[in-house]
Design a protein around this ligand. Sequence first.
Ligand code: CP
Length: 339
Amino acid sequence: MRNFLTTADCSRDELTRLIESALRFKNGSEKAKALAGKSVALVFFNPSLRTRASMQVGIYELGGNPVVLEPGGSSWTLEHRDGVVMDGDKTEHVAEFVRVLARYCAAIGMRTFAALKNWEEERTDPVLNAFAKYSTAPIINLESAMHHPCQALADMMTIREKLGAAPKRVVLTWAWHPKPLPMAVPNSFALAAAQMGHEVVIAHPRGYELDDELMKTVREQSAGAGGSVEVTNDIDKAFDGAHVIYAKSWGARQFYGRAEREIEERAQYRVRWIVDEAKMARTVSQKGQAIFMHCLPVRRNVIVTDGVIDSPASAVIDEAENRLHVHKAIMTKVLSAEY
Ligand code: CP
């Protein structure tokens, strides 16, 4: 049994095969019902539109039954730490919750965002790893503190679908947002783009560096795949010649757990760090304009202007659709004997 916790769990060939499987699900040539007669648990500690809906639909289309649980809502509050005296507000331990679910379900998908309180703790993905530790069924990461691999795979599928399989100049740009957000999406996008051999450019203001260990892995994966990685604080130059603009906001590690201080710090970037028509015009080359991507939900005229997200360059709806096809490919693979 293998989990799907980060794309780093997979080789480039495995990621390519997953994307090709997702493309077959999308064009209707893949009709396998890997979940016939089976149930998959979907455990959501946090809100979701795309992930939850596309997993539920995907499980149905694979012949299975989704069991959706929201700890603290439709199921008991959960403790994940080992050795804790549970005399507080948590009713059940992951040790029992996960092992019981694994007796009912063929796989368990789970979402648990970073709490944005303690960087050193959260960067280790403690809740996700507690699920993986106790489960006898494969765990699929539907966004944890550090990774959103299903999103990243849908992103790689979208780039391939729109621009072909050859490596591209792929720009991950930080954008201003009124509050600090988790790093799972930028982490996973950078990692997957590096694994696929793209020319990865990461643009952010000083102080918004991604995790050092994550970046080490990104550089290693990129080198192994024949790609490149550049980090810049110059948003205009980053857009020059880009094939893909991927916008996302995230929090600064130096102010982690101090949201009010971070909000003061980021205020200076509000006007400059937005994806707008002028920046997208810098991407125009003989091959046309870059595509615009965002995982959604997105704040219009904060992260990206209406003019960009409503333009023909915007791939966000196709990107969201691809979550469905990628989820079907991942679930089919995770439950196959070869994975
Ligand atoms: N992109 C994404 O994961 O969307 P949801 O938060 O709506 O699931």
